[in-house]
Design a protein around this ligand. Structure first.
Ligand SMILES: [Zn+2]
Length: 272
């Protein structure tokens, strides 16, 4: 005998247990091919199915959010990068349209291994643009790492053998690798060798790379020696160059910070 719960009733018209909430059956009818007649095993009614679907959806959403949070913590190692988002863009730099376009066309960029080379003077917003791409893609659940050579070299410094190989391999796990501020690292033979192995393994992984640099395009195209040439050649081959010209946005920011500071400490405000 099947037990009938409080939220159920036995429908005399089909002899099956039904849900009081949605009226759907909570028993299926399966014919018995041997003895004739039928089995009436328990099943879930439509409202129970809907509830389960919503529970799974919420669980998947929760897991996705967790994953995104974890990826952000991993991929944005410097805290200030959290603020490099499209939401924080003041709309003054027209080059930002290219960042939106890159994010919008990410599946194609990834598939065709198209990276970016952001070059131009200090303070023109190259790192901000790269950071916006990083954050936007991380929000879409794409594994991104934004880092720079001094950090990578510092980490490699304490590693040997398998740890080293594992760390270098781990850079290949990211769908997008962003190397910020190429050219600020010390140009020792050791540093150049490490940089080459990182750029080269990225090149061979077939996954996109974004590089920001204060170096001039001419310096990248005509480097001073072979050690630099083989690094820059690979970057130039895979990364579309984008020039950041004109306005120094960092100076603009500094000016607006100063203006804001003046407002805050002005005698008028002291009264409030
Ligand atoms: Zn129901």
């Amino acid at each position: 005998m099947i037990e009938i719960h409080e939220d159920e009733y036995l429908d005399p018209t089909d002899g099956l247990i039904h849900c009081r909430k949605c009226g759907g059956p909570r028993q299926a009818v399966i014919p018995d091919p041997f003895k004739g007649g039928s089995f009436k095993p328990r099943c879930v009614c439509p409202c129970q199915q809907e509830k389960e679907r919503r529970r799974k959806e919420a669980e998947e959403r929760r897991q996705r959010m967790e994953r995104i949070k974890r990826r952000k913590a991993q991929g944005l190692q410097d805290r200030y990068l959290y603020g490099y988002t499209f939401a924080h863009d003041n709309g003054e730099n027209p080059v930002m349209a290219k960042a939106h376009a890159y994010v919008d066309h990410w599946p194609q960029a990834f598939k065709r291994n198209i990276g970016l080379l952001l070059f131009g003077d200090v303070g023109t917003g190259k790192s901000f643009l790269a950071g916006c791409i990083a954050n936007a893609l991380l929000e879409r659940d794409v594994p991104v790492l934004m880092t720079n050579f001094p950090s990578i070299l510092a980490r490699l410094g304490g590693m040997f053998g398998e740890d080293r190989t594992a760390f270098l391999d781990s850079l290949g796990d990211y769908d997008l690798l962003i190397i910020d501020d190429l050219g600020v690292e010390r140009n020792t033979e050791y540093a150049l060798e490490q940089m080459f192995s990182i750029i080269d393994s990225r090149y061979r992984s077939g996954k996109p790379l974004i590089v920001t640099t204060n170096l001039k395009l001419d310096e990248l195209k005509h480097p001073r020696d072979l050690a630099h040439a083989r690094i820059y050649d690979r970057i130039l081959e895979r990364c579309a160059p984008i020039l950041f010209a004109g306005k120094n946005f960092r100076e603009g920011n500094a000016a607006s910070t100063k203006a804001a500071a003046r407002r805050i400490v002005s005698p008028d405000n002291q009264k409030n």
